[in-house]
Design a protein around this ligand. Structure first.
Ligand code: FAD
Ligand code: FES
Length: 283
């Protein structure tokens, strides 16, 4: 299993920065970095993240003290790609970087979305209080992203078997992060608040929990709370994994600034999460 604690603290070079919607930018960083070891210059590769992990990112120079948690959207051997929504100072600085500039990087941090074939998911499914799963049938899976929460779940969906999941993308107006999902997903459902794309409305207008055994989601807390409640009270009672977006400071498990409440007591969102079984978190 991959460590939830950050494995590198370094500065990575911006390969590209592209505006993908009104306030959302795609930031691509090079994974190969120069590191000084005494007088020697070493070439180091930022370790492979697993789907669901994030990095603490900070533009250089910066007016903010601490990095901001940003999920990995996509990665390959050479690059890490992030989707960043301009919110306050830290994310605005990250959206304003130029090609060749340095960005401070700490990570990868956190756990991952458990694979549908993993022992963890199998045990959770078999402990469901409702229907038992027909062992000869594949699990039915929904992947749900709300707004910028699309980034980690869309990246995760790219690792699932093609045609093995339905994808729900819920946005205010413009869309981003959905490249390739129209082909990979069995069904791609889009909602927008203003009706400019897909169905006008919200997740609750299109989502039926009784269709699924397993749900993965990231997005605004009200959407995650809706999913938790609707799945828990449904007949089929799908297992739900939520990636939570909590304010963070150290991003390394040390400051307790990201504590969330669970039925097992307090947990650190950064290194005990950010992915939690919805049945265990108190939202
Ligand atoms: C695990 C994790 C993964 C994330 N992944 C992404 C991502 O892929 N792309 C992306 O754009 N954003 C992501 N975020 C949210 C992002 O970290 C915050 O928007 C960012 O920290 C805000 O920093 P700022 O300096 O721009 O704004 P600030 O000035 O710090 O805050 C501006 C506003 O954003 C709110 N805010 C601050 N931190 C958070 C937070 N963690 N969640 C929700 N609201 C917050 C503040 O209350 C304030 O209203 C993620 C957060 C977490 C915890
Ligand atoms: S952000 Fe410091 S413990 Fe999680």
């Amino acid at each position: 299993m991959c460590s939830p604690y950050p494995q590198v603290a370094c500065s990575a070079t911006v390969k590209s920065i592209t505006q993908v919607s009104k306030d959302v930018f795609s930031l691509v960083l090079l994974r190969e970095i120069d590191k000084m070891q005494g007088n020697n210059r070493d070439r180091v590769i930022i370790p492979n993240p697993v789907p669901g992990q994030f990095f603490m990112l900070r533009a250089r120079p910066s007016g903010v003290l601490l990095g901001r948690p940003i999920s990995v959207f996509l990665f390959d051997d050479q690059t890490l790609t992030f989707l960043i929504l301009k919110k306050g100072k830290g994310t605005s600085e990250l959206c304003a970087v130029n090609k060749g500039q340095l960005v401070d990087v700490l990570g990868p941090v956190g756990n991952s979305f458990p694979n549908p074939d993993s022992v963890m998911v199998k045990e959770a499914i078999s402990s469901r209080k409702s229907l038992s799963v027909n062992k000869n049938k594949a699990l039915t899976i929904a992947v749900v992203g709300g707004g910028i929460g699309v980034a980690p779940v869309a990246g995760f969906a790219q690792t699932l078997d093609s045609g093995s999941f339905d994808f729900y993308g819920c946005f205010r107006s413009s869309l981003y992060g959905l490249e390739g999902l129209d082909i990979r997903a069995k069904k791609l459902v889009i909602t927008t608040d203003d009706g400019s794309h897909g169905i006008r409305g919200m997740l609750s207008d299109v989502f039926n929990p009784d269709l699924y055994d397993l749900v993965y989601a990231c997005g605004p807390t009200p959407m995650l709370k809706y999913l938790k409640d609707t799945c828990e009270s449904s007949r089929r009672n799908p297992i739900v994994y939520l990636s939570l977006e909590q304010h963070m400071a150290c991003g390394a498990g040390a400051c307790l600034g990201c504590t969330i409440k669970t039925i097992h007591g307090n947990r650190r969102c950064c290194v005990d999460g950010p992915v939690f079984n919805a049945a265990e978190v108190i939202l």
